[in-house]
Design a protein around this ligand. Structure first.
Ligand code: 3EB
Length: 338
């Protein structure tokens, strides 16, 4: 195997001011920026998420494949792939706030159909952003309307619904329109649930008639040398209950959830997993310094962190953290097992 193919996918943060130079790299799958986004997608690889970054300097996220990337667009779905890894994105202006469920079904159907047609039927990770996430509309909170639409589309499309759900994040923006981007592969990942949290797809109906359709994390074996763990948005939830009313207590509970998820992944793979980068969503546009300091104490000073101002899907939640972890030392002969 050629050395270049050992790292199938690299994901990292860089200074947004210098991110344009990556557009010249033929392996660029995605360049993700933050801030008010233009109404249309100009380059299928460039995704501007409608969220303000907290703390300077501005950051961009880079996804780099191992081979030359091809890009295309059809039916409002923009994509880039290098033969092994697929980046997809789409945005849909909402015709009316109460149409979110129908819009979500339509967007997910097109996204899944595109991923299938391109030969990447396995969604590993998906990010969902839309405005007024906690607002009631025609008697239904918009987050719940989104969950209903997502559930409907994924139920129809996934063969083994629960076990093949992607890891996900769903956040409220202060912009407009439903914005989704995703990572898909030719071969499936492995679902990892958090022993400290009820699986979201099993939440009782008090959180919505259709439960949130996502896995706590998805483990992807890109090669024998590269194991990625895509970690869903994680909050101060134990079992299915939100805990604590203040930010730093919610942060500590969230960090415990992340730690247990890493331990569970390490146990199941007999590999050692460590955080590679984190994205932190804060409901209030606070100075992130105290949060940064506590995360550094838990996961180390050198872990790259990106802070965004976003609404969390439960009103009482003030913080949510997602990330990527990688295996640092793995017995490579072994397949992930339960
Ligand atoms: C939770 O654990 C917190 O609906 O896709 C986190 C990550 C949350 C993803 C989603 C929701 C979602 O239920 C909320």
């Amino acid at each position: 195997m050629a050395p270049a193919s050992m790292n199938r996918l690299a994901v990292f943060y860089c200074d947004a001011g210098h991110s344009d130079k990556w557009l010249d790299d033929k392996r660029l799958l995605a360049l993700i920026r933050f801030g008010s986004s233009p109404p249309s997608v100009a380059d299928p690889r460039i995704c501007t998420v409608d969220l303000k970054e907290l703390g300077a300097p501005p950051t961009a996220e880079i996804w780099l494949g191992a081979h030359s990337v091809q890009t295309s667009a059809a039916a409002g779905i923009y994509h880039a792939d290098d033969g092994e890894v697929l980046f997809l994105q789409s945005r849909l202006e909402e015709s009316a706030p109460e149409a979110l469920q129908a819009h979500t079904v339509a967007l997910y159907q097109r996204l899944l159909a595109t991923a299938h047609a391109l030969g990447y039927p396995h969604l590993l990770r998906i990010w969902n952003y839309f405005p007024n996430i906690n607002q009631e509309c025609a008697g239904l909170e918009r987050y719940r309307a989104f969950c209903a639409g997502r559930h409907q589309a994924l139920m129809a499309e996934l063969r083994t619904f629960e076990a093949s759900l992607p890891a996900a994040s769903a956040l409220g923006t202060h912009g407009s329109g439903l914005q989704v981007y995703a990572l898909a592969a030719r071969h499936p990942g492995v679902q990892i649930e958090n022993p400290r949290q009820m699986s979201a797809f099993h939440y009782p109906p008090q959180y919505g008639r259709r439960s949130p359709s996502f896995s706590r994390a998805v483990l992807k074996n890109w090669s024998e040398q590269q194991l990625h763990l895509y970690i869903s948005g994680t909050a101060s939830i134990v079992g299915h209950t939100s805990l604590h009313q203040d930010l730093l207590s919610q942060l500590d509970e969230t960090l415990s959830n992340l730690e247990i998820l890493l331990a569970e992944t390490s146990r199941r793979t007999a590999a050692g997993f460590a955080m590679t980068l984190l994205k932190i969503y804060l409901r209030s546009a606070l100075d992130p310094a105290p949060v940064r300091e506590r995360i550094a104490r838990k996961f180390g000073e050198n872990l790259p962190l990106l802070f965004l101002h976003a609404d969390i899907c439960r009103r009482e939640l003030l913080i949510e953290i997602e990330g990527l972890a990688t295996a640092t030392a793995a017995p490579y002969s072994q397949e992930p097992c339960s």
